[in-house]
Design a protein around this ligand. Structure first.
Ligand SMILES: Cc1cc2nc3c(=O)[nH]c(=O)nc-3n(C[C@H](O)[C@H](O)[C@H](O)COP(=O)(O)OP(=O)(O)OC[C@H]3O[C@@H](n4cnc5c(N)ncnc54)[C@H](O)[C@@H]3O)c2cc1C
Length: 387
């Protein structure tokens, strides 16, 4: 790491690293194998005050800046990507309410977050059906009906909801009324114990196997008091308020996957076997490890720079945030793919954990802002159409 940290930033990083080493790491392989939700790891994060990392100090939170936030997520992802993803989705889902809550919402939502009692997640996309027999583009939502008291949800099905069966609160994105144009979304918080919800099937994904990302179907009434910001303004608020933390924590999670695998590779590559041989003595591996190290450091530097610039209020368009996301996710895929080759049959047979990191890294290509969506978005900002 090339940047200097403040005492406060260093303290959070150290706390995250220790907790990741002591609590997350010993459970990571089992979480992956059994697809069990990393409850103990998440509970440890809640108990140590991480749930309120981004909440304002006046509401009892740590009010951590973007740089601290990404450093924390990277440390967690190095040891257990599934836990890091559940935590990242909590931070992302809680971001808007932590920033724009009214006094009632501070009491009902933000304070429970800071007390480690509320676990948030995002119920956003409605892209695909459970069987893969249905599909619609991301950003397309089923219209819900408004009444004087709030919003009526009738079997609204979200395709992938991290921590689906565990979260206490869902950051819910929807379209209100059939006539709402695409992009005019509304954001609200759904309280799990105040609505009918049903997780649909079990998560058995290629990677991130502990993140419990099943489809969830919601039916019931959500009061106006749970809406975040104005009706139809959710998408705009997301862009303004949530984008930095959404993109940068994705970047941090993927960077952590690449870095976690790389750290293990450094140890294994320099290990002297009884034959006297070391993998690093092979010139191809020497070059490979140097190149992968440089690639990770490039992604990390961009991530830190983007976070610092965001903290300093210097970012006017989210270009550096999205660039950091695509670079980190591609670095993670490149690093873990190369390590699968370098460690040969040992890696392929799962005797070293590279294949787990390799599978987890693949999420970076498709999740959230898929890279195939991110690049056109970047191009649109870099090369706007002439007026
Ligand atoms: C592990 C995991 C956890 C998740 N957790 C959550 C969660 O907590 N909450 C939540 O709301 N969602 C979550 N998601 C969903 C995620 O954010 C994406 O919506 C989802 O992965 C997209 O999958 P899809 O098959 O519907 O992709 P599709 O939208 O069908 O995209 C498939 C591919 O098509 C291409 N593509 C799609 N749209 C475009 C475009 N506009 N421009 C160019 N190319 C495009 C891309 O190559 C993309 O990879 C999660 C997904 C995963 C894998």
């Amino acid at each position: 790491m090339l940047i200097e940290l403040s005492a406060d930033q260093q303290a959070w990083v150290t706390l995250a690293r220790d907790l990741a080493t002591e609590v997350l790491a010993p459970r990571a392989a089992e979480v992956d194998k059994t697809t069990q939700y990393p409850r103990e790891s998440m509970d440890a994060l809640a108990a140590a005050g991480f749930y309120g990392l981004r909440a304002l100090k006046k509401h009892g939170g740590a009010e951590a800046d973007l740089l601290t936030t990404v450093l924390v997520v990277e440390e967690l992802a190095k040891k257990c990507p599934s836990t890091a993803m559940c935590f990242k989705m909590h931070i992302e889902a809680a971001e808007m309410v932590c920033r724009i809550a009214n006094p009632d919402q501070v009491e009902r939502f933000v304070k429970p977050i800071t007390e480690g009692k509320a676990l948030f997640t995002v119920a956003g996309g409605e892209t695909s059906g459970q069987t893969g027999k249905d599909w619609q583009p991301s950003g397309a939502f089923t219209a819900i009906k408004a009444d004087a008291q709030g919003y009526q949800l009738d079997h609204i099905r979200k395709s992938y909801v991290t921590s689906a069966a565990e979260a206490s609160h869902f950051f819910f994105m929807c379209k209100v009324g059939e006539d709402a144009p695409r992009g005019a979304t509304t954001a609200m918080i759904i309280e799990r114990d105040k609505i009918e919800w049903q997780a649909d099937g079990e998560w058995n994904g290629l990677g991130m196997r502990g993140n419990g990302s099943t489809p969830v179907q919601f039916t019931g009434h959500v009061p106006n008091a749970n809406r975040l910001g104005d009706e139809h303004e959710g998408g705009k608020n997301m862009g303004l308020i949530m984008m930095p933390v959404v993109a940068l924590t994705y970047a941090a999670a993927y960077l952590g996957i690449g870095a976690g695998a790389y750290e293990i590779a450094c140890e294994e590559a320099t290990r002297q076997y009884p034959s006297g041989a070391r993998r690093i003595d092979n010139p191809i591996n020497k070059r490979r490890m140097a190149e992968l190290g440089a690639r990770l450091e490039a992604a990390r530097s961009l991530l830190h720079l983007a976070a610092k610039a965001g903290d300093a209020g210097q970012v006017t368009k989210p270009i550096p945030y999205i660039q950091a996301k695509v670079m980190a996710s591609e670095a993670a895929v490149a690093v873990t793919t190369e390590l699968m080759t370098m460690f040969g049959g040992t890696a392929f047979a799962g005797r070293l954990p590279f294949e787990r990191f390799f599978r987890d890294a693949r999420a970076g290509m498709v999740m959230g802002l898929a890279n195939d969506e991110a690049y056109p978005m970047l191009a649109g900002m870099q090369f706007p159409k002439p007026r």
